[in-house]
Ligand binder design. Structure first.
Ligand code: ADP
Length: 311
C-alpha cells in the first residue's frame, strides 16, 4: 500500500453546458489534513461528491487508497467516511442509539458495533451524554456525535464538508483536536471550510475558484506564490492610531496599493520605494508601529480571487 489516500487526475464535472469542476488534479497522503477552500458555488461539494462516488465524473479519474471511484464504488464507500454540517442525526434517539443505528447501517456485526461505539464515545468524550437524546445536545456536541458516527466503520479517508459551520470557537477547537488525533493515526482528512484559522491548521490547502483549482500547497508555499505580494511591493502592518483614521490616510497616499483593517491594525501593501519611517511619518505614528508582515492565508485567497476577477 502506498501512502497516497486520495488522487484525482483531470477530474471534471459538467452539468449541461456548464463545467462546475474543471480538470482537477490533486493528491492527498495518509495522515494529511487537506483543506479545500473556495467561494460558495465554486465546486467544493461537487468535488467531494465525485470523490465519494455519489456523483459520476463527466471525465477524468480518481482513486481512494488505490481504489478506482468508478469501478470499485462499493469498496470506496467502505474505505471513506463523510460528515457534513447537516449530517443526519436522529434527535429522538440517544447518543448511543444514534451510533447503534449507524453501526447497523454500516453492517457492523454486534461485537464490532459494541466495541466501536465504546471506543468512539471515549474518543469524542461523549460518555456523559451517552443516554441523552441527540436533539438536546448543543451544536458542538452534535458535531462530535456526527464525527463519531462517520468513524464507526474505521474509514481510512474522511471527508468533512464544513464540519464546524455555525458552532462556537471553543467547540470548533475541540473538534479540531479530534481531527488532529485522527490524522496522527494515519487517517487522511479532506476538509472544506470558510474559516481562515482552520485553513491555517491544515497541512496543505487547495483553493478552488469557479471550478478551477488555482492554488495548492502548504501554507508557506502559498504565501510565497507569485502575485500574492505583487512584484515591487511590500506588506506592513500599521498601528498606534485609530485604524479607521489610518485607513483614511492610506486612501490619500498614492504609494498604497491596498489597505485592510485587521483588528486595531491596518495592513497595507505599498510600493517598495517607500521606507517604513516615511510610512510612519505620513501616518502620524511612531516608527515602531510600522512593521513588515507576511501575508496571511486570507491575503493569499483575496489576492488570487481578485487576480481571477480582473483576468
Ligand atoms: P460549493 O460546494 O463550492 O458551494 P457546489 O459544488 O455545490 O459548490 O456547486 C458548484 C456549481 O455547480 C454551482 O454553481 C451549482 O449551482 C452547480 N451545481 C451543483 N450541483 C448541480 C446539479 N445537480 N445540477 C446543476 N448544477 C449543479
Amino acid at each position: 500500500m502506498t501512502g497516497v489516500a486520495i488522487e484525482a487526475h483531470a477530474l471534471t464535472k459538467t452539468y449541461g453546458s456548464r463545467t462546475v469542476v474543471h480538470a482537477l488534479n490533486l493528491e492527498v497522503s495518509r495522515g494529511e489534513i487537506f483543506g479545500f477552500l473556495g467561494p460558495n458555488g465554486s465546486g467544493k461539494s461537487t468535488t467531494i461528491k465525485m470523490l465519494c462516488g455519489l456523483v459520476e465524473p463527466t471525465s477524468g479519474e480518481a482513486r481512494i487508497c488505490e481504489l478506482d471511484i468508478r469501478k470499485d464504488g462499493e469498496a470506496v464507500r467502505r474505505t471513506i467516511g463523510y460528515m457534513s454540517q447537516s449530517f443526519s442525526l436522529y434527535s429522538d434517539l440517544t447518543v448511543e442509539e444514534n451510533l447503534e443505528f449507524y453501526g447497523r447501517a454500516y453492517a457492523l456485526n454486534r461485537v464490532r458495533r459494541s466495541k466501536r461505539i465504546d471506543e468512539l464515545i471515549d474518543f469524542s468524550n461523549l460518555a456523559q451524554f451517552r443516554r441523552q437524546l441527540a436533539g438536546t445536545l448543543s451544536g458542538g456536541w452534535k458535531q462530535r456525535l456526527a464525527l463519531a458516527a462517520a468513524l464507526l466503520h474505521e474509514p481510512r479517508v474522511l471527508f468533512l464538508d464544513e464540519p464546524t459551520a455555525g458552532i462556537d470557537p471553543v467547540a470548533r477547537r475541540d473538534l479540531w483536536d479530534l481531527l488532529f488525533r485522527l490524522s496522527e493515526s494515519g487517517v487522511a482528512l479532506f476538509v472544506t471550510t470558510h474559516y481562515m484559522d482552520e485553513a491555517e491548521r491544515c497541512s496543505r490547502v487547495g483553493y478552488i475558484y469557479d471550478g478551477e483549482l488555482i492554488a495548492i500547497g502548504s501554507r508557506d508555499e502559498l504565501k510565497k506564490q507569485a502575485g500574492v505580494t505583487p512584484q515591487g511591493t511590500a506588506r506592513y502592518s500599521v498601528g498606534g492610531r485609530d485604524a479607521i483614521v489610518l485607513l483614511g490616510i492610506a486612501r490619500e497616499r498614492p504609494y498604497v496599493r491596498d489597505a485592510t483593517i485587521f483588528g486595531d491594525q491596518l495592513h497595507v501593501i505599498v510600493t517598495n520605494d517607500v521606507a517604513a519611517d516615511r510610512i510612519a511619518a505620513d501616518f502620524g505614528v511612531a516608527a515602531a508601529n510600522v512593521e513588515p508582515i507576511e501575508p496571511s492565508l486570507e491575503d493569499v485567497f483575496v489576492a488570487l480571487t481578485r487576480a481571477r476577477q480582473h483576468a
